[in-house]
Design a protein around this ligand. Structure first.
Ligand code: SAH
Length: 244
């Protein structure tokens, strides 16, 4: 059989947020490759082989998927949310760059609902006007780059979505992020802490920026920060579409 790789987004957690295209792709795969909690989300299927791995081996995992496909396997590489957002799709293309023999493989990215969009939907429409997404993990980039992007995003008056806000090994970065925003935004604005969206552990908390605290976020949280025009209406938060 001629092999393929599909890099599939599983959405934020709930099965109802997996697209029909992603479901169909998973059903056709002979092999599933991914970080073990994501692979575990997919029910066992006779004849389908699961290759679960640790979180920090993305490039090895991508190379493994490509080599399985070169051997004829139908490989689904799974990510939570969308595979193109701080996830496996870029890792697969990076692995291809290092291995020209993979360039003519049949490869497709199957999109998913990314955490910030699932979170925004719960809150209302906080990303209703221009926004940006920043990964606050400094595992793969220096903290100085993150800090510069935060300051420029505040200056440009984007609403912002923060992925990987805070982990046990990086407790300081998010505290620093809140300090920078309080300094750079020059006003108060809604901050939404959306934790484990669309899972049984879901918690949504909205507070003014001045009351946001580092411990309100963990690695299962995506944090949305409004622009200067973002406001509350009843129990919702939205950013009007006509902002200057
Ligand atoms: N590819 C994923 C993001 C991977 S980075 C996506 O598109 O959603 C991992 C980060 O995503 C977490 O630290 C958290 O910030 C966010 N995240 C993933 N699933 C989430 C969920 N169900 N609820 C809230 N945040 C989530």
């Amino acid at each position: 059989m001629s092999g393929w790789v599909r890099i599939v987004g599983l959405g934020p957690g709930d099965d109802g947020m997996i697209t029909p295209e992603a479901q169909a792709t998973l059903a056709e795969a002979s092999d599933l490759v991914g970080y073990h909690p994501y692979v575990a989300r997919i029910p066992d299927c006779p004849g389908q082989v699961k290759h679960a791995s640790d979180n920090r081996v993305e490039l090895d995992r991508a190379r493994h998927a490509l080599s399985l496909a070169r051997g004829g396997a139908h490989v689904a590489v799974v990510s939570s949310g969308d595979p193109g957002v701080f996830a496996m799709a870029a890792a697969v293309f990076e692995a291809m760059e290092g291995d020209p023999a993979t360039l003519d493989l049949d490869i497709q990215v199957v999109p998913g609902i990314t955490a910030m969009l699932a979170a925004a939907a719960r809150a209302g429409a906080p990303l209703g006007h221009d926004f940006c997404a920043i990964n606050l993990s400094d595992n793969l980039k220096p903290w100085a780059v993150i800090e510069r992007r935060l300051r420029l995003a505040a200056e440009a008056d984007f609403a912002m979505a923060f992925y990987n806000p805070r982990s046990k090994s990086r407790p300081e970065g998010f505290a620093r992020t809140l300090d920078i925003l309080n300094e750079a935004c020059g006003d108060d604005r809604p901050v939404i802490f959306a934790r484990a969206v669309s899972t049984p552990d879901e918690e949504i908390l909205t507070v003014p920026l001045t009351e946001a605290r580092p411990e309100m976020a963990d690695m299962r949280t995506v944090v949305l920060v409004g622009s200067s025009t973002t406001r509350r209406v009843g129990r919702f938060v939205y950013t009007p579409r006509s902002a200057e």
